[in-house]
Ligand binder design. Sequence first.
Ligand code: GDP
Ligand code: MG
Length: 392
Amino acid sequence: MLEKKLISTAQEPETCVLIGLVTGRESRDEVQEHLEELAFLATTADANNQRTFVQSLDRPDTRTFVGSGKLQEIKEYVEEHEIDILIFDDELTPTQLRNIEREIPEHKILDRPNLILDIFAQRARTAHAKTQVELAQYQYLLPRLTNMWTHLQKQKGGIGMKGPGEKEIETDRRIIRDRISHLKKELKAIDRQMATQRGNRGALVRVALVGYTNAGKSTLMTRMSKSEVFAENKLFATLDTTVRKVVLHNLPFLLSDTVGFIRKLPHQLIESFKSTLDETRESDLLLHVVDISHPQFEEHIAVVESTLAEIGSDDKPAMIVFNKIDQITVEPFGPTQEDQMAGIRERFERNDRHVIFISAKDKVGMDEMREIVFEAVKEIHVKRYPYHNFLY
Ligand SMILES: Nc1nc2c(ncn2[C@@H]2O[C@H](COP(=O)(O)OP(=O)(O)O)[C@@H](O)[C@H]2O)c(=O)[nH]1
Ligand SMILES: [Mg+2]
């Protein structure tokens, strides 16, 4: 019986419904966009979205996140349509999770952080990334484990239950505690090793690509370094850091591409991805890549900036690279593409911050971008090594 269930969930994609709240802080449109992003995350995790539920409340219900009437409505729907998973757009407190599980016991309950953790688990390739993700998963899980949860999730398997490398995550509290302390030790050793590796890279100026997930960082990395870096129209295609040496006018520097940011990135991930994020923290210059064709690119910029602040990298020299200009939409009678770009330049350019427009896909604006990056790298290099000559 149990085996059959596990096999069938592994074969067909699981079905889900998405649930969001419009509170005083956000407009309905913004919440709609957030839910579209949640749907994209669900697709990335291989879940099939069937319906979205939105409720307006001043603040989340401390007991069940949505109000009890709404929860009944959702319950009826998921039971009638045999939905596998309910995904909430916000982090649920352990109490909310427990109450919702009690109310809707036969279905899996996930929240945004849990879904993101699941995607990270699917996408971790190296031993380093796997260790980081597994630690974050267990730290998220530990305060939420209940007997009911353990029983139900284990039986259902699938999304929310996958550890790195497709193995099932552990649900025994005592084993999880041991595992957490073991993983922490393992990460410490890896962190030391990575720090040494970074230290051995020598005196080259280090430039890091940062940005919201799916902005085009890896595509730009491929363009700048002329060697393939994995890019895909999915969220979090890249978890591991890639570092390439790039030479512009005889001046070599290191360019790194790493994990992208997203709204409500689980803080457990930020903690355990410390050494991955160290790549950003220890760089000399940030290229903040933005998907200008995304309706919410300004919110994306704000999320990236606040995440950078969280990891202590908000005071670094940076430039904003607006990517995907090939996809800027021009409304009939609306401002032209040039006018839109001029407006954005005016808003985001500062004395100490360049604004660049490119299409990494169509290779538009790349020469100008290379020149601006070259000048910035040269300036850092000259400041650091005033007696060191380079043939520019
Ligand atoms: N239209 C368009 N798509 C792009 C451009 N640059 C990247 N993409 C696409 O955007 C998606 C995400 O790119 P990727 O480099 O993986 O983004 P990352 O998550 O920031 O590393 C991929 O499907 C790319 O092909 C661009 O300039 N224009
Ligand atoms: Mg990438």
